[in-house]
Design a protein around this ligand. Structure first.
Ligand SMILES: Nc1ncnc2c1ncn2[C@@H]1O[C@H](COP(=O)(O)OP(=O)(O)O)[C@@H](O)[C@H]1O
Ligand SMILES: [Mg+2]
Length: 269
């Protein structure tokens, strides 16, 4: 893809997603504007039903019916053929879901090697690659276990290893620690943090405010829209510095943040 360092990884403009028709119509997304640069680690929060999963599904090219614009690496997702989209999904995007089901009849190493099969890599090479990534997750002793023999935390680590075996540049995680105790959650967050340091772009939905400390940016959603975004605060601070004026308050309150977001939305219209 034609990417430059400045091309955002993801750009959403007035993104809308409707479910149902007539009286039953609901807006799962109601005008989302969002730009995410390569290498950002974005935590997404918000009440149940506010559109977080819908947003990740669209970004991950799992859902292609929406209104508005979605640019991935500077290319309109709409203009990418279904075949190319499938290729991007399997090679550039890593998905980690809350209830990530491993294939129960395959052992751990076969599960992790599975995505490589779609790339046409030979069986032995696939197992070597899977084994290497399992080693980085300290799971190499479990390679020949069956999924039901692992703990919740181990299963999720295997799921992450499987999401990463293709070396994706974007990682989409939907409540990856939702079913885990705090110790297992911490281990998963350390893994995501290490990936962030390697330069991967990460979008992680979480209900746990504590976990947002790992992120470089925190977005909250409400009723299908972006409600708050720490990036807006950073932008304002940068602008203030550029104008050689010290910001009156270093911590910009939420009302002002929303006002700025509304103003920039109007400008873009
Ligand atoms: N397949 C679907 N069919 C109908 N409505 C849906 C579907 N998926 C999501 N919705 C609705 O869209 C809204 C956003 O859902 P979702 O993105 O799953 O929220 P979140 O992940 O933030 O909990 C909710 O009102 C939900 O009921
Ligand atoms: Mg959800």
């Amino acid at each position: 893809m034609a990417t430059t360092a400045k091309t955002p990884a993801i750009r959403l403009k007035n993104l809308e997603k409707r479910f149902g028709i007539g009286d039953a119509e609901t807006f799962a997304l109601n005008g989302v504007n969002l730009t995410i640069r390569n290498g950002e680690f974005v935590a997404i929060m918000g009440p149940s039903g506010c559109g977080k999963t819908t947003l990740l599904n669209i970004i991950g090219l799992l859902d292609t019916s929406y209104d508005g614009e979605y640019e991935l690496d500077g290319v309109l997702a709409d203009s990418i053929s279904k075949r190319k989209q499938a290729k991007i999904r399997s090679q550039q995007i890593g998905f980690i879901f809350q209830n990530f089901n491993l294939v129960p009849r395959l052992n751990i190493i076969e599960n992790v090697a599975l995505p490589l099969a779609y790339k046409g890599i030979g069986h032995t090479k696939r197992l070597v690659m899977a084994s290497e990534i399992l080693e980085t997750f300290h799971l190499n002793e479990r390679e020949y276990y069956m999924p039901h023999q692992l703990s919740g935390g181990q299963t999720q680590r295997v799921a992450i290893a499987r999401a990463l075996v293709n070396q994706p540049s974007i990682i989409l995680a939907d409540e990856p620690t939702g079913n885990l105790d705090s110790r297992a959650s911490y281990a998963i967050m350390e893994e995501l943090s290490a990936l962030h340091k390697q330069g991967k772009t990460i979008l992680m939905v979480t209900h746990n405010p504590r976990l947002t400390t790992y992120a470089s940016r925190v977005i909250t959603m409400l009723d299908g829209q972006i409600d708050t975004d720490t990036k807006v605060v950073t932008d304002l601070a940068e602008e203030a510095l550029k104008n050689s004026k010290l910001p009156k308050k270093t911590r910009i309150n939420k009302r002002r943040q929303n006002k700025t977001a509304r103003a920039s939305k109007r400008k873009r219209k």
